[in-house]
Design a binder for this molecule. Structure first.
Ligand code: TXA
Ligand code: MG
Length: 316
């Protein structure tokens, strides 16, 4: 396929994104698996399609720095880095503004968002036409390497996507650098296309807090990780006095103080889409705790249960 994609294909891809579909698109780093970041169900479909065993926060893509400004709280460091490196392979983790339209699932419940303006004409056109922030992890199945050609994406995820925009091979071929600016000292969470020394030349010393799947960062250390203050009780078959119920399926136990449905139809994608918002909405002092009905461990259920187990774990 030619790297020159006709503009009507971009318009079609943008419409598919607005309709909740998944669209793979090229960036200068790697191909992204894009979804409308304001659509919980579309974001849930990203995790389902990648087959990830847990929810991790996704990078939110915007066509210009100006548009990115409405999705994060920019301080002087962020402004300087955006001016120097955007468009380009740098993702900035910033506090999420109040009333952000971005799905809580896209940031895995965090109070921060990773923002990036890609340096690729096709990506920028697609983002402009879509008119929404686009969440996009690398377009590979979980555990596989990131794709740098449309052919890689087609082989791995082809039949599950609404569209794949082919922009030829990616120029950088390595993911963006992820820099956390939510604390007083900037922290590199992932090395990538922009070097540590280039960042330090712009904003002074940064530390490294590289992500390690086996040692998740402690809550509140860098960006605050949402943990409910109420006790969470998993696999609940009944309800104790004062408990609110997080229900799954059409046969909930009775006697709850309040009830919210992850999914009445036992649909795991719908449950994933609702998870973070419902946990927050039930976390109120008038309840004695939150009981959660059993969720099957299949498909997205594994990631949902992983998150619930962590919310239920005793905290020091
Ligand atoms: O080059 C790239 O960044 C590609 C292209 C498609 O833009 N995207 C990409 O996305 O690599 P993904 O989802 O594979 O990696 C996102 C990284 C993860 O390491 C994630 O933990 C981190 O960014 N991240 C995203 N949001 C975060 C947040 N709010 N706080 C901390 N880390 C965050
Ligand atoms: Mg990846």
């Amino acid at each position: 396929m030619s790297p020159l994609v006709p503009s009507h294909e971009i318009a079609t891809a943008a419409r598919l994104l607005r309709d909740g579909g998944l669209v793979a698109f090229p960036t200068e780093t790697v191909y992204g698996l894009g979804a409308d970041a304001t659509n919980d169900q579309a974001v849930a479909a990203i995790f389902e399609t990648k087959g990830r065993p847990r929810f991790n926060p996704l990078i939110i893509h915007l066509p210009t720095a100006n548009e990115a400004r409405s999705f994060g709280e920019f301080d002087d460091r962020a402004e300087r880095l955006a001016a120097l490196f955007w468009p380009g392979p740098l993702s900035l983790v910033l506090p999420r503004p109040p009333h952000s339209p971005v799905s809580l699932l896209a940031s895995a419940g965090l109070d921060s968002l990773a923002l990036r303006v890609p340096d690729h004409p096709l990506a920028v056109k697609l983002l402009k036409e879509t008119g929404r922030p686009v969440a996009a992890p690398s377009a590979n199945r979980s555990g596989r390497v990131s794709p740098t050609t449309a052919e890689h994406v087609r082989e791995e995820l082809g039949e599950r996507l609404a569209a794949i925009l082919d922009g030829g091979p990616c120029r950088v071929g390595l993911e963006s650098t992820v820099l956390d600016l939510t604390g007083p000292v900037a922290a590199i969470l992932r090395h990538g296309g922009v070097t540590r020394s280039a960042i330090e030349a712009a904003i002074g010393p940064v530390m490294e807090a590289l992500e390690d799947d086996n040692a998740p960062r402690s809550p509140g250390m860098l960006s605050s990780h949402y943990a409910p203050s109420l006790t969470i009780r998993l696999n609940a078959e009944n309800v104790r006095p004062g408990e609110a119920l997080l229900a799954f399926g059409d046969n909930p136990p009775s006697g709850f103080a309040d009830i919210r449905w992850l999914s009445r139809a036992s649909d795991l994608r719908e449950a994933a889409a609702n998870l973070f918002a419902l946990l927050r909405s039930l976390d109120r002092p008038e309840f004695s705790g939150i009981a959660v009905m059993p969720i099957p461990e299949t498909g997205l259920g594994a990631a949902i249960n992983d998150r619930l187990r962590r919310a239920a774990a005793p905290r020091g």
